[in-house]
Design a protein around this ligand. Structure first.
Ligand code: FAD
Length: 317
């Protein structure tokens, strides 16, 4: 059991309002571990699944009016949630937000996707229409909204294909289009913006060729990434002109363990949960790896994964 040493930021009145908005899609003191790819994370005061723009707008208004802390979780494939959990409201989008609409002309493939649509499904469907470049987004296990926030990708990134982004926020709860700039694993998207939908546009090519390229990339991932274990992909950003995985291996950190967490031998920029790892185990390992790389190469690795919630040494109740 995790110690609840901080009071809930969700009072009875807020609980009632949340239930009125989202009914049985609201859970209180909800463990977040099951919602993250690391399978790690303490409880959220409230975990709410919103299925329509109007519902999201209502929750945004509530947060604004009562100054309630909130956080939006996508597929949870790039976050380390602290063992002490998260105060306030954790939102997840579903229902209508999972839609994917495709439109193809001889020249281009246009994909309009809700923010909770899975990148796996989006890439597979776009590839079948011959979306050139979609292979660079294949195998990313996130949602469209989380991928947009992270500017996820490989040799090309999602930002390269964005035509339109729609967001909602506590101050402006009704969906509106915004302009976003994209950088390596981050964007200028406002901190309080929840992406509600995204339109991507791709040049159109030969579907068979595009699908084959995607298949090759997925096979390569299988051979070079520990996909059968819980992790969050690459933990650190690649420093300019180098690879974080190379530096970590050369610093001798491959295979290091802390509690239930391990630096992957297959891909040293991944940290695996071997079973029962705590956020503290992973955070400790991240700090040790970072220090080892700095001592050996004077390179300060920057985190790619987002550390969120309450990190604590106290894991007893
Ligand atoms: C096996 C594996 C392989 C991976 N490979 C890659 C890769 O090749 N390239 C790559 O870039 N990443 C990779 N990742 C990391 C991860 O999949 C991406 O960063 C992904 O895009 C995150 O999406 P998510 O929905 O899981 O976001 P989450 O992890 O849920 O959230 C990430 C951030 O986005 C924010 N967010 C989520 N949804 C929204 C929204 N609707 N509006 C606004 N903000 C939002 C969250 O608040 C959080 O700050 C990999 C991860 C794993 C586990």
């Amino acid at each position: 059991m995790i110690a609840r040493y901080l009071n809930s930021a969700v009072d009875d009145q807020t609980r009632e309002t949340l239930c009125a908005i989202a009914g049985d899609r609201v859970q209180f003191d909800a463990p977040l571990a099951e919602h993250t790819s690391w399978k790690i994370g303490g409880p959220a005061d409230a975990f709410v699944v919103v299925e329509r723009e109007a519902e999201l707008a209502d929750v945004m208004r509530l947060c604004f009016k009562r100054k309630i802390p909130w956080f939006v979780l996508g597929s949870g494939s790039n976050v380390l949630v602290g063992d002490g959990g998260m105060r306030g409201i954790v939102l997840r989008l579903g229902g209508e937000f999972a839609s994917i609409e495709l439109d193809a002309t001889p020249a281009e493939v246009v994909v309009k996707a809700g923010s909770s649509a899975s990148m796996a499904l989006l890439t597979a469907r776009a590839a079948s229409l011959g979306a050139v470049g979609i292979g660079s987004l294949a195998g990313i296990p996130g949602s469209v909204g989380g991928s947009l926030r992270m500017n996820a990708g490989t040799d090309r990134e999602i930002g390269d294909f964005v035509r339109e982004v729609w967001v909602q926020s506590p101050a402006r709860p009704v969906a509106q289009a915004v302009s976003v700039q994209y950088f390596y694993r981050h964007t200028t998207l406002a901190r309080d913006a929840v992406v509600s939908s995204v339109t991507l546009a791709f040049e159109r090519g030969d579907p068979a060729h595009v699908r084959e390229e995607m298949r090759r990339r997925l096979v390569r991932r299988k051979n070079t990434q520990p996909l059968q274990l819980p992790n969050a992909g690459s933990c650190f950003r690649n420093p300019e002109g180098d690879k974080a995985a190379r530096l970590i291996e050369a610093a001798g950190a491959k295979g290091w363990r802390e509690g239930g967490a391990e630096v992957s031998a297959l891909h040293p920029n991944f940290i695996n949960n071997l079973g029962g790892a705590s956020a503290k185990d992973v955070a400790t390992l991240l700090a040790k790896v970072r220090r080892a790389v700095y001592e050996r190469f004077s390179v300060e690795l920057q985190l790619e994964v987002h550390l969120v919630g309450v990190f604590t040494d106290d894991t007893t109740s």
